[in-house]
Design a protein around this ligand. Structure first.
Ligand code: RFL
Ligand code: PHB
Length: 389
């Protein structure tokens, strides 16, 4: 079998890249380890930058997003008994869009089906060869049979635990990592969200985040121990702990109810360099992870897709490799800034188990500075709504 671009991973990066390339007449095949149902059952990101919204429009897949997504003009930061409003619209002229990653992924699968794009689900034993030659090849097992796919390029869109990144030899790769000493316990609940904007709270009991998917579906997170297990959190315990971490008014408004999903995510910062090895290009979580505090993971995957998509179009349409040659450096320049912002906001809003009195004073001073200083608020807002591509 042969295709122009073999895409490993049918998450948002792989699907979006595939659909954009298809619209420009470039042939792709997506290989996905899980079933479609499994991919669509994962509850993840909820905040989209306008760069991602624009890419979804370009791919012709923004119809439902335009109807059902919510523009948020700001966010609230709660600390020390007060709540600071960061007004994105006034400070940057740009909102963010609240629309779930699950919905983005659903829309991408549907549009690709309609366009006749090929996805092979439940593949196993995916292996890459010849990525550093002119004849890259991907082998995989599907329905008990071994297949090989020859291609011009491989896009490694297979997330943090995929095979693409480890296929780049250790000698050419540098990994940078920081693991945080806590996780996030997340809950999805068919209840009205507590506020019309997101609330990020730094409370003496730890961090809490109030988010949403729509008017009837709330998404909440609380900082938990890195060793915590989801089974040890009853719904009742979760709601009680969340309430104790929220500002008084929000706690009073909180509507509780049964949860329809509960999971724990570890917090990590990670980057691998370079993001290209020969004819293999890494995209999204395969190349980098951010702690979810800055809502940057999916949005960074989108900027990678943007650079790679344009590089590939230039290659096929103009016979020019300049975009592909610049891919890793361009993507990484943006990745590191989003890493910095996610690390900064994580440090600002969480209580660290080993936090010294000095560390805590620094946190308070940083929050006070943000409250008093418009330039600091503007810097935060510019990062949150997304730096330019
Ligand atoms: P994904 O989504 O992990 O998809 C990779 C796909 O590859 C498949 N795969 C393989 N396929 C074939 N062969 C193999 N060997 C394979 N190995 C893996 C997997 O099954 C999967 O389908 O990576 P992608 O596409 O790069 O997308 C990245 C985003 O999913 C991720 O960055 C975001 O979800 C992060 N994130 C957030 N990002 C935001 O921009 N805004 C947010 O508000 C936000 N909130 C979050 C988040 C992530 C969270 N968790 C659970 C980690 C909130 C949470 C709680
Ligand atoms: C979410 O709605 O899932 C969400 C929102 C903001 C974040 C992280 C997650 O920073």
């Amino acid at each position: 079998m042969r295709t122009q671009i073999c895409i490993i991973g049918g998450g948002p990066s792989g699907l979006l890249l595939s659909l954009l390339l298809h619209r420009r007449g470039i042939d792709t095949v997506v290989l996905e380890r899980q079933t479609r149902e499994h991919v669509l059952s994962r509850i993840r990101a909820g905040v989209l930058e306008q760069g991602l919204v624009a890419l979804l429009k370009e791919a012709g897949v923004a119809g439902r997003l335009n109807r059902e997504g919510f523009e948020h003009d700001g966010t609230r930061l709660a600390f020390g008994g007060e709540t600071l409003h960061i007004d994105f619209r006034r400070l940057t002229g740009t909102p963010v869009t609240v629309y779930g990653q699950t919905e983005v992924t659903h829309d991408l699968y549907q549009a690709r089906d309609e366009a006749g794009c090929k996805t092979v689900f439940t593949v196993s034993d995916v292996s890459l060869s010849g990525a550093d030659t002119d004849h890259p090849r991907v082998s995989y097992t599907a329905d008990g049979t071994r297949h090989t796919m020859d291609c011009d390029f491989i896009a490694g869109c297979d997330g943090f635990h995929g095979v693409s990144r480890p296929s780049i030899p250790q000698a050419v790769r540098s990994d940078y990592e920081k693991v945080y000493p806590f996780g996030w316990l997340g809950v999805l609940s068919e209840t009205p969200p507590v506020d019309d904007e997101l609330i990020y709270a730094n409370s003496p009991r730890g961090f809490a985040l109030c988010s949403m998917r729509n008017r009837h579906l709330a998404r909440y997170y609380i900082q938990c121990s890195a060793e915590d297990r989801v089974e040890s959190w009853s719904d009742g315990n979760f709601w009680e702990e969340l309430k104790r971490r929220l500002p008084e008014q929000a706690a009073a408004n909180l509507v509780t109810g049964p949860t329809i999903e509960k999971s724990i995510a570890p917090l990590r910062s990670f980057v691998t360099e370079p993001m290209r090895w020969g004819r293999l290009f890494l995209c999204g979580d395969a190349a980098h992870i951010v702690p979810p505090t800055g809502a940057k993971g999916l949005n960074l995957a989108a900027s990678d897709v943007h650079y790679l998509y344009h590089g590939l179009c230039q290659y096929y349409e103009d016979k020019d490799t300049v975009g592909l040659d610049a891919y890793s450096a361009r993507a990484l320049a943006r990745v590191w800034k989003a890493e910095r912002f996610s690390w900064w906001l994580t440090n600002l809003m969480h209580r660290f188990p080993d936090q010294s009195p000095f560390d805590r004073k620094m946190q308070i001073a940083e929050l006070e500075f943000l409250r008093e200083n418009e330039a600091a608020q503007k810097a935060m807002a510019e990062n949150y709504v997304g730096l330019p591509y």
